[in-house]
Design a binder for this molecule. Structure first.
Ligand SMILES: [Zn+2]
Length: 258
């Protein structure tokens, strides 16, 4: 992995190699799925600027958007700018990670922030399956009738959520020994506060907010006694909404009061 010195966001070197070797094949299906023809797409950057043409570009664009938001928030609070690496994993590939899932690698189901190497890992297949609704019945909440996963802003919610974990690392929240659910709901709330900034910039399109709410419901789980419980569908939807309505990430600290 490259060092995190400059640029502020760097792509993991291995991913660049993979992209260089087989970009057209690897991103072929994602490109078809993500081509932004519908009016319901989040506008990345300024109105009228070039928009992503495939999932790799979309994930990068959202990450840069979320990063710009947090850079502003941190600056206003007198904090050093947040830094993170990211790795978009092409379908069928794995990326080495400091977070041990048994093999130490992230693959086609990855959507995670790894504090050990300060990197956001998202599988392009996973993101594409969220985008086109393929995973809709496979998630804990949606399989029970809560929400759904479909659309670009469902993917954007996931990116913003994972970036939220990076913010928690920057703020030292992981050192507080809190239950998983506290981190997860705060990250959902952070995702909502970022979404509000895009809304305020008039960059959301019809349906985007509903896509995020539906995705938050869909990824909720019911294992309330499990250490890895992330929050029920209702809790996750509520957390995203709280961040969106407040438009201020400091409102999200209440999730740490457990
Ligand atoms: Zn999470």
């Amino acid at each position: 992995m490259r060092s995190l010195i400059r640029p502020r966001i760097v792509v993991v070197a291995g991913m660049l190699l993979l992209a260089a070797v087989g970009a057209s094949q690897l991103f072929g299906s994602a490109r078809a799925d993500v081509k932004p023809t519908a009016a319901r797409n989040l506008v990345l950057g300024s109105q009228g600027s070039a928009q992503p043409q495939n999932m790799e570009q979309f994930l990068t664009g959202v990450t840069q958007d979320v990063d710009a938001y947090w850079m502003k928030v941190f600056k206003e609070s007198g904090l050093p700018e947040p830094r993170v690496s990211y790795a978009w994993i092409p379908e069928g590939q794995t990326a080495a990670s400091a977070c041990d899932d048994g093999s130490g690698a992230m693959g086609d189901s990855a959507a995670a922030y790894c504090p050990g190497d300060d990197t956001i890992y998202i599988s392009e297949k996973f993101a594409t399956d969220i985008y086109n609704g393929t995973l809709d019945s496979a998630l804990p909440g949606s399989s029970q009738g809560y929400g759904r996963t479909y659309g670009d802003f469902a993917v954007a919610y996931i990116v913003a959520h994972e970036y939220g974990h990076q913010i928690q690392k920057e703020l030292g929240v992981f050192d507080q020994g809190l239950p998983t659910m506290a981190f997860e709901l705060q990250a959902d709330c952070y995702a909502g506060s970022w979404a509000k900034s895009a809304y305020d910039d008039d960059r959301l399109e019809d349906g985007d907010i509903q896509e995020a709410l539906d995705a938050a419901l869909a990824v909720g789980d019911f294992d309330t006694s499990a250490p890895g419980h992330h929050g029920t569908p209702e809790q996750r939807e509520e957390a995203w909404t709280a961040g969106f309505e407040a438009g201020d990430p400091s409102a999200c600290s209440s999730y740490l009061d457990v």
